[in-house]
Design a protein around this ligand. Structure first.
Ligand SMILES: C[S@@+](CC[C@H](N)C(=O)[O-])C[C@H]1O[C@@H](n2cnc3c(N)ncnc32)[C@H](O)[C@@H]1O
Length: 270
């Protein structure tokens, strides 16, 4: 199963010697492709998901990691940091419908660099089983809509830097998909302050899951009030983490001064 070069990153799309350009950020994501239809960010030099099986990874990490579909119930709300191609949304939406839920799954995605509709289409072509859901996402995206409103899904994609948009979000999620690029290349999506905002916007009993098992991410999520456990990762990835909001830890966290990011970095043993 081909996947990450570094255990915490997904595949790099750059030839050796080529460097990423952090100023190369436009309104839409700039992509190159591996194997025909796996998108790679030219800005972050990393694939959007496992090149060994994006849908398998989504189901292992984000669905099973949040104990879905078992926890689905009326009014269930998923929030995702790093909407990207929408693969995780499509897989969750299908799981919701297949689980026999009536009513709509609620979903909020946070994304700073949207993927163009034609690029989404190219990525989605890898998963015929998601086609009926993908078509609806593509239609909304082609129409420039940031919402998908159907009988089985009420989704909203909030544009902008998640460090601000999550802070401004007044909702609360039952399950978080934390799917930024790797902490080494996209550290802003793993900052302690953002993860604290995630915890503060998690419903009682709510959970998160992520493919990253980096020590500083684990410690930041614990400091934010989650109980965190490490599990086998997808494919060749050794570990992933999942967690649930621990009300005692969360209350203690809320009454403590914020832990400085420097402290967390110095103690990083990962
Ligand atoms: C690994 S990809 C997400 C893959 C996605 N979940 C999918 O299903 O295709 C990470 C995403 O985070 C987004 N991102 C990076 N930095 C961000 C930021 N500061 N705020 C919001 N989104 C950001 C990237 O544009 C990219 O779409």
């Amino acid at each position: 199963m081909s996947r990450a070069r570094n255990p915490d990153t997904r595949a790099s799309g750059l030839e050796s010697g080529e460097t990423s350009d952090p100023t190369d950020k436009g309104p839409f994501a700039k992509l190159s492709w591996i194997g025909g239809n796996v998108p790679v960010s030219r800005t972050y030099s990393e694939s959007y998901y496992s090149i060994g099986g994006g849908l398998g990874e989504t189901r292992h990490v984000f669905l099973a990691g949040n104990r879905l579909p078992e926890r689905f119930r009326s009014g269930f709300h998923i929030a995702e940091i790093g909407f990207g191609t929408g693969l995780n949304l499509l897989a969750a939406w299908k799981a919701w419908v297949d689980s026999g839920q009536t009513g709509a799954l609620l979903y909020t995605g946070f994304e700073a660099f949207p993927v163009e509709p034609d690029d989404m289409k190219r990525a989605h072509a890898a998963w015929p089983e998601l086609a009926e859901y993908a078509e609806q996402l593509i239609r909304a995206s082609q129409a420039g809509q940031s919402r998908i409103l159907t009988d089985s899904l009420k989704a909203r994609i909030l544009p902008g830097d998640a460090r601000q948009t999550v802070q401004n979000w007044t909702g609360a999620a039952d399950a978080w998909f934390l799917d930024g690029f790797s902490p080494a290349r996209n550290p802003e999506l793993w900052e302690p302050r953002l993860l604290q905002a995630v915890a503060a916007r998690t419903r009682p009993g709510g959970t998160f899951a992520t493919y990253s098992a980096a020590g500083r991410v684990r410690r930041s999520l614990k400091a934010a009030g989650f109980s965190v456990i490490r599990l086998p990762g997808y494919g060749r990835k050794r570990h992933m983490i999942r967690g649930w909001l621990d009300p005692v830890a969360r209350n203690a966290q809320a009454s403590r001064p914020a832990v400085s990011p420097e402290t967390l970095d110095r103690n990083d043993l990962a």
